[in-house]
Design a protein around this ligand. Structure first.
Ligand code: SF4
Length: 460
């Protein structure tokens, strides 16, 4: 095996892949080659053009440099039992769902319901509500009557709150049996769950380990992630002893490494579905990065059954990020994929403004599986615009609008975002016709891409 260099950059002579899974799979395939390489890939829609998986198409582009035989690597989901939260199935091969929490005072029924409707519109699958006291528990009754999506109640310590929200009709509870002030009341709670098949999430955070496990961690006798897994198993055994198995588990730390290790540790030791996320991940910017790494890694390993991105910010942002993580890992199909260049000294339009404008407007197209490119100049703009479903290529105060290889329109820079969305709207109004890519256009794209031959390899 040789020494490998993978160059992934937007420069014309280097590789350009937009889907993380494709990058990984291509690199794995190419890793079998006997010589150093520079990965050079034309574009995100190669798979459409060549009718093979993207990473295969990518590697085929380099067929003169390396050979590969590995088939398309699908994500192998961990085998779990399936539980339900209302009408949403979790685990057992069900699509990975996206959860969030309300950030209103649960006792304020009107505000909480308004936020639940916002979150349903944003695409949340399940929402969790804090239940800190008796008044909050009482609020669950009117909330459950009008909730537009399945609701989980977050309970700590007080068994009476658990019983109250179960009576109110919640679809799931988050509860760690070992943390109940009255563990003798657990059979009553489980009996109430059993009546309606309500699932219980056991949620262990690295900050909430039992005294015994904390002592072991502090003494250096047990790693934190192992203690988290042990803690989950302790809570679970209490529910299993009552012959109840509608359980899912979360193991959250605020750092990526501990979180990932904890889920990996527990994965082979039980078959309950995993609710995956970091706890207290941070602000929208920082938390999105951390969550994307942790959830992305675990999702790619097949360990996610439902996810929550925890952000200090609007819960709709949590939902948006959650969906995008799943989409980019390849676990969820729905949603537009924005491709935009980073801009450089060659840029000929106000690229950043255009890219953000397109991203914002794409939020209204959340169920459209389209790739949309926004490129700043003629070096890569036309090629990228030609093979995205829709694209803008900028050039000296002008914009060119593309649809799968065809120039739809040339317009002034100020009009190009509107023209792009007019083209998308026309396509939707026409019933989303599937268009074939003209092979000649494909050739043009490849030929118009300078530097492929030169990018092959240099001695390293
Ligand atoms: S401005 Fe042109 S060369 Fe620069 S990153 Fe964008 S597309 Fe590439």
């Amino acid at each position: 095996m040789g020494l490998y260099t993978v160059i992934l950059s937007p420069r014309p002579a280097c590789a350009r892949l937009h889907e993380p899974e494709a990058v990984q799979n291509s690199a794995r395939n190419i890793g079998k080659a006997e010589s150093p390489f520079c990965l050079s890939s034309p574009a995100p829609s190669l798979s459409t053009l060549t009718r093979v998986p993207l990473h295969t198409a990518t590697a085929r582009q380099g067929r003169d440099v390396w050979n590969f035989t590995e088939p398309f690597m699908m994500i192998q989901r961990r085998t779990t039992r399936q539980v339900k939260v209302g009408n949403v199935a979790i685990g057992g091969g069900a699509p990975v769902s996206v959860q969030t929490m309300t950030k209103t005072d649960t006792r304020n029924v009107e505000a909480t319901l308004a936020q639940l409707h916002e979150l349903a519109a944003a695409g949340a699958d399940i929402v969790r509500l804090a239940c800190p006291d008796e008044k909050a528990a009482e609020a669950f009754r009117p909330i459950m009557r009008e909730a537009p999506l399945p609701i989980i109640a977050d309970i700590h310590f007080d068994y009476r709150l658990a019983l109250a929200v179960l009576d109110a009709g919640v679809d799931g509870i988050r509860l760690n049996p070992g943390n109940l002030a009255r563990t003798d009341k657990l059979p009553e709670i489980v009996a109430r769950c059993r009546e309606r098949n309500v699932s219980i999430r056991v949620g262990v955070n690295n900050g909430s380990l039992s005294r015994r496990l904390r002592k072991l961690v502090f003494a250096g006798e047990m790693a934190t992630h192992v203690a988290m897994a042990e803690s989950a198993l302790e809570h679970i055994r209490m529910i299993e002893d009552l012959d109840y198995g509608e359980i899912k588990i979360s193991l959250k730390a605020s750092d990526v490494d501990t979180t990932v290790r904890a889920y990996r540790e527990l994965a082979p030791r039980c078959d309950y579905p995993f609710h995956v996320g970091l706890t207290e991940a941070g602000t929208v910017r920082t938390g999105t990065i951390k969550s994307s790494i942790a959830i992305g890694m675990l999702a790619h390993e097949g360990l996610c059954d439902t996810i929550r991105v925890s952000l200090t910010g609007d819960s709709r942002e949590e939902v948006f990020v959650g969906h995008r993580i799943l989409q980019f890992v390849g676990l969820r199909d729905a949603g537009p994929n924005l491709i935009s260049c980073p801009s450089c000294g060659r840029v000929e339009i106000a690229l950043e403004r255009a890219a953000y404008a397109v991203e914002e407007r794409l939020r209204a197209y959340s169920t459209e599986n389209i790739s949309v490119s926004v490129m700043g100049c003629v070096v890569n703009g036309p090629g990228e615009g030609q093979i995205a479903d829709f694209g803008i290529a900028g050039g000296r105060g002008q914009g060119v609008i593309y649809r799968l290889g065809k120039v739809l329109k040339k317009c002034r820079e100020e009009e190009m975002v509107d023209e792009l969305f007019a083209a998308i709207d026309d396509w939707i109004a026409a019933g989303r016709p599937r268009e074939e890519v003209d092979p000649e256009v494909y050739e043009q794209v490849l030929n118009a891409r300078p530097g492929f031959e030169e990018a092959r390899t240099e001695e390293v």
